[in-house]
Design a protein around this ligand. Sequence first.
Ligand SMILES: [Zn+2]
Length: 184
Amino acid sequence: MTASTVTAADLETLHRQLGREPRGAVAIAARCVCGRPTVVRTSPRLPDGTPFPTQYYLTHPGAVGAVSTLEANGVMRELQERLHADTQLAAHYRAAHDRYLAERYELDDVPEIHGISAGGMPDRVKCLHVLVGHALASGPGVNPLGDEALELIRDQWRPDRCTCSDIEPPSPAESRPTDTEEPV
Ligand SMILES: [Zn+2]
């Protein structure tokens, strides 16, 4: 097991983004241009002992929402069909799966999920949130379908354009009225 590098401030942001206590966070794998986490690297075994295959978990509500819309629009079936038809794409996707697992084994090799990555890899497309989380954590060129999904949502959300203020509640200082009405 690797010691966590997640700061208290990161944990606080994750809590707000997820709407619950983050579990098993070992590192922030990707950040918004403003520095807030977008992907949390998570231990393959949660503190309560549950095996957890999703090593790169997408946390940014703007990204999560945009990807959910994409999933609802039937994009997964198109990607699945292309994956069957395009052997080069299939090989690239399988390589992403292998790398995902190799990186997860660096954290811990949990027998219950040995050989099982996430998101449908290596030959299915089951969760675009997982693939986008992997693409953001790894950078372009590692997860081809994650890269494509990111490209498809870039008008709604992208990591180099901060939209965190849309989801962060205003700080107490900002929410205070700036001018007070004089009593008549
Ligand atoms: Zn931001």
